[in-house]
Unconditional design. Sequence first.
Lengths: 296, 367
Amino acid sequence: MLKKLSLPKIRKLGFKYQLIAPSIIILLIIGLFPLVYTLVVSFQGITMMDNDTSFHGIKNYVAIADDTRFWGALFHTVMFTVIALPIELFLGLFMAQLFIEKLPGRQIFIALLVLPVVVAPIVSGATWSLLLDNRFGPINQIINWFMGEELTLLWTINPTLVYPAIFLAEVWQWTPFMFLLLLAALSAVDKAQLEAAAIDGASYWMIFTKITLPSIWPVMAVAILIRGLDLFRLFDIVWALTKGGPGTMTETISTFTYVKGFQQFETSYTGAVALLIIIILSFVVIGALRKVELSR
Amino acid sequence: MADLRISGLHKYYGSMHAVKGIDLEIPSGEFTVLVGQSGCGKSTLLRTIAGLEEIDQGTVQISGQTVNDLAPKDRDIAMVFQNYALYPYMKIFDNIAFGLRARKVEKTEINKKVDHVSKMLSIDHLLDRYPRQLSGGQLQRVAIGRAIVREARIYLFDEPLSNLDAQLRDEMRGEIKRLHKELGKTMIYVTHDQIEAMTMADRIVLIRDGKIEQQGTPSDLYDRPKTKYVAGFLGSPSMNFITARVVTQGLGYGLILENTAAQLKMPENVSQRIGEYLGSNILIGIRPEHFSLNNESKPEDSGTTIEVSIDLVQPTGARTYVSFKIGQVTAVAELNPRDIRQNESNLTLNVDVNRCVLINKDTEFSI
């Protein structure tokens, strides 16, 4: 593309290319330039102390391979994704199945259920941090009532409680998103097919797996992809609740990159990390899209 | 024994009273057509039989057993849907086999049955395809195949042909009728198309506004309609209704058609019935085919002919439809095309007074 736009050729290009040129250029500046710049930076040695723009080869990438904190963060990220994603999916699907039936006040409940999606993640993280607070939080208070004794549950510090706390906030915020998409998909399933299957003598489970599931699958696959990518970039909720702690126990790729880039100012190293993540995710997305395409 | 007995059936959708007290008995092996305009409740009635709609009042019995609270799958019925409702993610074989698999039929038995049914409907070459690869007519055959592969007691058809084009519809109509003959099963067929009803039914149940208007054999309803609605609903083009005054004529009675000088002499058996209406207006219903051209006036025709001036001639090939005015009313006659001469503007028509329908103008019941 860039080659085609070199100056001598530009005059020969048709009017149509001249027309779309401005928007293409803007897209390239916004979309491609930062990527290229990151790539360039990742081969340099810029840190807070040293503005070293000389070529350092793959030094930063080699450093990543040895950085246990990076691999830890990647592991946490993958773990959050593979645990939270199925929970959100099944909860969302279950709720959508419930709300597909005609219930009194259905519209109001759906509107209420979808509210968490509207809240900014950093705000919901902060809210959960208050809810789970040991001294002021209502959650511990309620647990204490039920247990009948004073328990000190340090949700954001205790290593065994910190994961449940993050999952709680994450699932609370994003299950409604799954719910909404799957509800829309479920209501688009052809009623006559379900009726035909009911007359054919199919059990609820058979109808669900053979008719409902295949027809909502395209939407479900996209929902899984969107949420999967979101979870892989998980930042706000973790940052608000634990800042990656205790220690680096809940550090995700995003919080790790942020700490490296904007607290420790290891700029070139961060560039290498970011680029590596982009490459990993690109493979995941391409693979996933191919799966979705094939299922049609 | 009756396969299906419905008594006092009511169905409401919110405040909408869709089925208003239907009593119906359908004997074993009969092909019954529920016919009526869209929104008359015929599909709702079928769906309550299938168990897809709950019943608000009354009972539905299938072979003597009350099925009000039974799930559709436990009612021993099979159904063909208007939009086919095939399972799009399954091959045709799996579509047909679905009901058998759901009922845990043995695999070799399934293969045998699907094979038999698909041959019967000549869709055996399509078994490996998906529904989206089939044409409308083929889809309809598969939908029928899916229903008949299960040996149910009652087969329900919900306007199965309404998505097909005219030619295919004619073909499938014959096919379904042949199938009924072959299988000898009880079939209930819903349609808004009176031609489908007339051609296919052993018995027609004409439904109007949630109630049964009349039921009987096609010829019962066609030749002896109980109400003006039935008379007008069946037949295409539909029956001509003309207001007429009852007068004495000779020893019997005659009818003077409104706004004309034409007077029709009623035969003796009809005269007996209209005596009480002497001097008042009634409706006379004449089907288009009950007009015929009066080529040479014969004495026995006297008193049963009318003079008309032609409005419009519509040839269809086999028959020609001629529109004309009787008083203020536009009427249609179905005539032999060879009888109509070019540029003819006036005709003398015989009226087959023996086959006319006479209707009380106030109650709209036939006399």
